[in-house]
Design a protein around this ligand. Sequence first.
Ligand code: MTE
Ligand code: MO
Length: 452
Amino acid sequence: MSESRESTHDDGEPRQPSKARRRRVPAIRIPDNPPPGPFRPEFWRSPLRGPWLTSVLGLVLLGGITVVAITGLLSYAAYNPWLPLNDLTPGKGLLGFYLFDWPTSPSWLYRLTQGTHVILGLTLLPVLLAKLWSVIPKLFTWPPARSLAHALERASLLLLVGGAIFEFVTGILNIQLFYVFPFSFYSAHLYGAWIFIAAFVVHAAIKLPRVVGTLRARGVRHDLGASLAETRPEPPDDTGLVSPDPATPTMSRRGLLAFVGGGSLALFGLSVGQSIDGPLRRTALLAPHGRIYGPGPNDFQVNKTAAAMGIAPAETGDGWRLEVQGPRPVRLSRAGLLAMPLHTYALPIACVEGWSTQQEWTGVRLTDLARLAGAAGAVEVVVRSLQKGGVFSRVSLSAQQVADPRSMLALRVNGADLSLDHGYPARIIVPNAPGVHCTKWVRRLEFLRESA
Ligand SMILES: Nc1nc2c(c(=O)[nH]1)N[C@H]1C(S)=C(S)[C@@H](COP(=O)(O)O)O[C@H]1N2
Ligand SMILES: [Mo]
């Protein structure tokens, strides 16, 4: 864009806007002569900035963010938000157009998609910051809007940059368990995602030809091979990225990319263990989860402890009864449940916050409980916890989830009774369901349709 070239030449005299210019921006007249500081192109002096660097970083983000966006949308679908109790996002309306009945197989799918969403998102943070750094002079383009089209283009960049920052900040705060939002994380992260995705698609479509052209023309090896002494500013052009007054390089482009890549690698290496679990779990130094574990065979991370969720010891003692509602309501003690046919499956708990773990659960099939209450062929079940209030105290499971023979009211894990923090006396385990739907301290199951 020629404004940066022009403005380097008109430092002194304020220029009269031309007639054509005045006609195009009728409302507000901003002098073309930029105010001092970052609004002047010569303020930005890094010799590394230029279309090549921005293109390389942009291409990495194009691939990476596409995966983060798709896995993020799948994460929302995995909540089955079309069921009565699960819609955490009121007024999602059109945004839910793509929802489908989230499957129970393969049992590890959500573990994979959500682990990827969280870990890749974290890994891309340094790349995002570097990309924003590489284009920062453009944020200060002067005049702020040259025409209506220019104003619209800049507004879309605001949505792009604002959306990216919002999504990364809310996502990272959430996985670090800083629940500081004055709003629902789920809804805000979803709304923000759609705004960001829309701006991202437009931006990628507009810029991709230029990225391809730049990388074709300049190649990739040339800059990756250049040492500090061989590092030169990119040739002046109309992108507004190349400094008109570049400083002497203090770092090569490959050095910068290695620095960014090293940051990404460090974030990846210090968090991926929480999704892979096993011995690698302990390498996930950046993961806040897993500071609380259970005793003995219950030795895997606890999301929320019974004490923190206000579960009183008396409620989970011998007096505990499971209410099963259906055409023939029944009440069952833990001993009564243990006397029913028990089944054991190795199934993951995969938290929306990215950590996951596979354990061996033993319990009673949901289909058996439905049949007992005269609700064989039930479509859905509403699960309620002893926990009072909070979004995790209840959940709707779909007909498909209820019907899967591996869906259980689990009583034991790895051969031992559930620990209190893992949901004693009984908890839900459903294959491929998000961890939040594996309700702990269950007190009631309401099967919704009686058998035909
Ligand atoms: N009643 C209740 N059930 C709950 C929760 C909760 O806070 N309350 N947390 C859920 C979440 S977010 C996850 S990831 C799993 C974690 O199970 P764990 O603590 O046994 O590892 O439990 C789920 N069940
Ligand atoms: Mo979770």
